[in-house]
Design a protein around this ligand. Structure first.
Ligand SMILES: CC(C)=CCC/C(C)=C/CC/C(C)=C/CC/C(C)=C/COC[C@H](O)COP(=O)(O)O
Ligand SMILES: CC(C)=CCC/C(C)=C/CC/C(C)=C/CC/C(C)=C/COP(=O)(O)OP(=O)(O)O
Ligand SMILES: [Mg+2]
Length: 276
């Protein structure tokens, strides 16, 4: 195995696009809290990139046997990275994330510690319990905004964004589990759609999305954002509501549409704060 093959494998293990998105959401949290250019905001964003990369790497480590069957192109099953190498890489990334987080205010350190525990335990403890794994990933997604705001000393500024992002991520994770039912059943996993049926899981995901969409004006109503936010969030809400509708027929397409709607919503947060 050449060095290039190994480096590429480690890079893929991090799922760099997801890690960078998480870091950007942390910066948005600091921006909404009013201090995007503070050094602490940058430190928190890099800590988030490291933590997300570490979480993805350890997920692939724990999933190595399942992925050998279902995702043979992943770095461990295809032989680009050894399983011990993936675990060691994840430990190094976690350590980097902790060292960075230790320079932040106490509440931000607390969020980082809870998140690292959640990332380490997710695959073995929560993923196999119906709904629990989805809730953990939803919490993690939402916590990026909270972490960014906490890093600059104003966690309360991001509480509503945390809730909106967690609700929409919860819906998307449930829809992704509906998409994955066939493979997950073979693996013996007990995900929500396997436990309660695909239609019930879809009804729940749609209901969660409706709550998120109906709650989306709250940052405006609480004077956190200006009126431009309303103009920016409406298209995002429409895309997310459409995703809920599509989920009943085509969950694979719905989760992609929903991701797009979530990105639009994150952009609306920036617009809303800029116009506050
Ligand atoms: C109603 C309203 C205003 C909602 C707000 C929506 C919002 C701003 C959501 C932000 C959440 C977001 C864009 C999260 C992405 C970050 C992330 C890495 C999430 C967790 O992903 C795990 C997932 O299992 C990986 O999936 P995939 O994308 O298919 O690789
Ligand atoms: C703010 C700080 C310190 C950290 C934030 C950490 C964040 C945002 C994590 C986002 C959620 C995430 C990417 C978790 C990683 C573990 C995970 C759920 C991987 C998904 O792996 P797949 O292999 O696609 O799916 P399953 O293994 O769940 O089937
Ligand atoms: Mg996995």
């Amino acid at each position: 195995m050449t060095l290039g093959v190994r480096v590429r494998g480690l890079f893929e293990l991090c799922r760099p696009a997801n890690a960078v998105v998480s870091g950007v959401l942390t910066l948005i949290g600091a921006y909404v809290a009013g201090r995007p250019f503070a050094l602490a905001a940058l430190v928190a964003a890099v800590a988030t990139v490291f933590a997300t990369a570490a979480g993805n790497a350890i997920n692939d480590y724990f999933d190595r046997d399942i992925d050998a069957i279902n995702n043979p192109e992943r770095p461990i099953p295809r032989g680009a990275v050894t399983s011990r190498g993936a675990l060691a890489f994840s430990v190094v990334l976690f350590a980097g994330s902790i060292v960075l987080a230790l320079s932040l205010p106490l509440f931000a350190i607390a969020v980082a510690v809870v998140n690292l525990l959640a990332l380490v335990t997710y695959t073995k403890v929560f993923k196999g319990l119906p709904g629990a794994g989805n809730a953990v990933v939803a919490y993690l997604g939402g916590s990026t905004f909270l972490f960014g705001a906490a890093a600059v000393g104003r966690p309360l500024a991001a509480v509503v964004l945390f809730a909106l992002a967690a609700l929409s991520t919860l819906a998307r994770e449930i829809i992704k589990d509906i998409e994955d039912v066939a493979g997950d059943r073979e693996e013996g996993l007990n995900t929500l759609p396997i436990a309660v049926g695909e239609r019930n899981a879809c009804l729940l995901a749609a209901a969660v999305l409706v709550v998120a969409v109906l709650a989306s004006p709250v940052p405006y109503l609480r004077d956190l954002f200006g009126v431009a936010y309303l103009a920016a969030i409406v298209p995002a809400d429409l895309v997310m509501a459409y995703a809920a509708y599509v989920a009943f027929d085509d969950p694979a397409r719905a989760q992609g549409i929903l991701k797009y709607g979530m990105f639009l919503a994150a952009a609306a947060f920036v617009v809303g704060r800029a116009a506050a």
